[in-house]
Design a protein around this ligand. Structure first.
Ligand code: ADP
Ligand code: MG
Length: 714
């Protein structure tokens, strides 16, 4: 142990790993892999199933499988062009013959020996009845001895599966070297592993990368997902310390009937209950930390306005934060008349403001002339000073990143905090996710809401759909078309062949095999150039800057576009009452709650509204999920169903900006478990851990604490 500091563990830079020079290290960095520790946590996308062995007579053209073949001649390599070699051999099994060629692998003529039998794995080519394989992976050994699963990783140009495999294998030696102080430590306490029958970290990591069989992948996945969720929850719970206890001056009760009289509708019971809860918080003498969850259109805004009213009546200022400028402006337009009717000056702070304008606003805030300010996270900047801030309302808070949230917490040390969630979240889950907040649930819709008729359609309805879109636009309506945001990733097998989802066993079971995803960019072009050349089609995708997105969105809001094609989930909460058709492409790719949220973008005006869920998925699960959406408009029911079928992963990652920000290191495995009880247990255990050891100081919890610390410092 004396020399342990000399041995480098998980922080060993990958350039120090055998076979990886500066160049490759840079490529790995592109994948988010900087050191040995990252590598062992660089999980595969799925597995090639080389254990799927067919005979020559069974194979079909284009399929990827294994054949047990005996080499019938002596393989020979010939030079075909300068620097290009071709190695040819003939093989057979009991049912037929197969010709194999290798390009630029001249050593294969010595590696493969006449009369020997190998397992060849590759993509079959069949012409007439002749069977060919090019560049198959050849492995020698008895069927029973050969490992059947081979991990397939996300690559980047310049890296091959083999390079990644070898790198991962080497990384184990460093990252899990127990002599190193900074080796990867098991963050799960033994008692928890025992209780839930979770395997050891080493076994899990080894079997996610180099599995013995599918059962061990399963055990590995289960354990790593548990760890992921446990750490996620610990992180959440330890960073959001319970601040509810903070003492504040008790506000006096507001004049409710005055507030009520400013609205031309009657509040629903759920709204009234929520307002009462808010009032109790704010008059209690303790800090309010409350989240209001409710379905799209359930009327969360009025509750936020009520909270603002209470603060305003107590001579406090109110800040309202929205995740984007557009949403901020929309809130401003909606809320300003109300607050000014009450007699409170209301302003907006945007990035687009001129310097002089901004200076005046900042001055007004500082002097207390402005009583309500609405804006984006720009409100958190250091130069924004309030004279007497009493309440911060954040709308759709999960869209804010962790840093912003921390800033918020730091800045408004003694003010009330009200958060509005964007989606209905099942209560069981809300309790764990927002364990540090009080929760109000608006589970009732205002009367008279029109149902958005929803249909799940296949491609055979495409022409009809396009006709309907055209008709709607001609009648003055607007249309949203949403495509899933596709990560442009190519899957490449060990021998360099391109793979599709159906060629591998995906780690993430949610991905249903063999879909063709609408590549949104092409799709938008096709729509605007071929299908609707005469209509005004706008396009928002992930590569645009926020400002550009805002511009396109703004055009759509103003009615300057007929159709908005979007790859990303369109700005949650934006209100375009004139939009009456929502089309979702590859709908099976989305979570139900997300689809419901998208559907909530239409049906906001007087037009009869429709939602079309386009899907070619043959999977029964996918069909059942979409059917749920066609059958009910109740956001909570849908959320429950989603939770049941996809598990909490989606909700959790939606509910936390840090995950999406950190990309690769996010919740990679949890979603693949579906709605496993286990993930709740992970949450519960994290809670127990925090309760019994808030600073994670005990020996049991130090590895977890160190890991959290490392995440925060990254
Ligand atoms: P969300 O919960 O999605 O934020 P909003 O607060 O934007 O929903 O409310 C959606 C619409 O319903 C708004 O136009 C709002 O004026 C209206 N609304 C809210 N509460 C009621 C109510 N109790 N009765 C009738 N309409 C209401
Ligand atoms: Mg809203």
């Amino acid at each position: 142990m004396r020399k342990s500091t000399m041995i480098s563990g998980k922080n060993t830079p990958i350039s120090a790993i055998y076979g990886i020079g500066e160049k490759r290290a840079a490529l790995f960095e592109k994948l988010g892999v900087k050191n040995a520790g990252d590598l062992v946590y660089y999980f595969p996308r799925g597995y090639e199933n080389r254990g799927f062995i067919k005979t020559v007579s069974q194979v079909e053209d284009g399929e990827v499988c294994s054949l047990m073949l005996t080499v019938s001649n002596r393989p020979r390599s010939v030079m075909i062009k300068r620097g290009m070699t071709l190695t040819k051999l003939q093989c057979f099994d009991d049912t037929g013959k197969c010709s194999i060629t290798y390009f630029n692998q001249p050593y294969m003529d010595r590696a493969l020996i006449q009369g020997q039998t190998y397992r060849f794995y590759g993509k079959i080519e069949k012409k007439n009845s002749a069977v060919f394989l090019s560049n198959p992976i050849a492995e020698k050994g008895e069927i029973e001895e050969l490992k059947s699963l081979y991990a397939i990783y996300r690559l980047t140009t310049g890296l091959s599966q083999k390079i990644v495999h070898n790198a991962v294998e080497s990384a184990f030696k460093y990252a899990l070297d127990e002599r190193a102080d900074d080796c990867v430590k098991d963050v799960l306490p033994n008692d928890i592993k025992m209780k839930y029958g979770l395997c050891d970290l080493r076994f899990a990591l080894e079997n996610i990368h180099f599995p013995l069989d599918l059962n061990s992948v399963d055990a590995a996945k289960k354990r790593l997902a548990f760890e992921e969720m446990y750490m996620f929850a610990l992180n959440l719970l330890s960073s959001n310390k319970n601040e509810k206890q903070a003492v504040m001056k008790a506000y006096s009760k507001p004049d409710f009937s005055m507030f009520e009289s400013l609205f031309d509708f009657k509040f629903t019971n759920a709204q009234l209950r929520t307002m009462r809860e808010i009032e109790e918080d704010m008059t209690s003498g303790k800090r309010m930390c409350r989240i209001v969850t409710g379905d799209v259109g359930s009327g969360k805004t009025a509750c936020a306005e009520f909270a603002a009213f209470v603060a305003l009546q107590n001579d406090k200022q109110v800040a309202i934060m929205a995740p984007t400028e557009i949403l901020a402006r929309q809130h401003y337009n909606d809320m300003k008349p109300l607050f000014e009717k009450m007699g409170y000056k209301t302003d907006i702070l945007t990035g687009a403001m001129r310097v002089a304008e901004k200076r005046e606003l900042l001055n007004n805030l500082n002097l207390g002339v402005t009583r309500v300010v609405i804006g984006t996270h720009a409100l958190l900047e250091d130069n924004v000073l309030f004279s007497d801030l009493g309440l911060v309302i954040t709308d759709e808070q999960h869209r804010f990143g962790a840093n912003q949230r921390k800033k918020l917490a730091d800045k408004n040390f003694d003010c009330h905090i009200l958060t509005m969630s964007a989606t209905p979240i099942p209560r069981t889950l809300a309790l764990v996710l927002f364990g540090n907040l009080d929760i109000s649930t608006i589970d009732e819709m205002p009367p008279g809401r029109k149902k958005v008729s929803t249909f799940a359609l296949g491609e055979e309805y495409r022409d009809g759909l396009n006709g309907y879109i055209r008709k709607s636009v001609e009648e003055g309506g607007q249309v949203y078309i949403v495509c899933p945001s596709v990560e442009e990733e190519k899957l490449v097998g060990e021998s360099g062949e391109e793979l599709t989802d159906k060629d591998i066993i995906p780690l993430d079971v949610i991905r249903e095999g063999g879909r063709s995803m609408k590549a949104a960019v092409n799709f938008a072009e096709e729509l605007s150039e071929k299908v609707f050349p005469d209509l005004r089609v706008g396009f928002i995708h992930g590569k645009l800057k926020q400002k550009q997105k805002d511009e396109v969105m703004e055009q759509f809001v103003k009615g300057e576009l007929d159709i908005l094609v979007s790859t990303t989930v369109i700005e949650v909460g934006v209100n375009v009452p004139n939009a009456s058709v929502m089309v979702v492409e590859n709908a099976e790719f989305f979570g139900l709650a997300q689809l419901h949220q998208l559907r909530g973008r239409v049906g906001r005006g007087s037009r009869k509204s429709y939602c079309f869920l386009m899907s070619e998925s043959k999977s029964e699960r996918a069909k059942e999920r979409l059917k749920t959406l066609c059958e009910t408009n109740d956001g909570y029911k849908i959320a429950e169903k989603d939770l049941e079928m996809r598990g909490p992963g989606d909700f959790v990652s939606q509910a936390d900006g840090t995950i999406r920000q950190s990309g690769e290191s996010g919740l990679k495995l949890s979603a693949s478990l579906g709605n496993s009880e286990l993930l709740y247990h992970a949450f519960e255990e994290a809670k127990n851990t925090i309760v019994s050891d808030p600073l994670l100081n005990s020996e049991r919890n130090v590895p977890a604490r160190n890991k959290i610390f490392q995440i925060v410092n990254d």
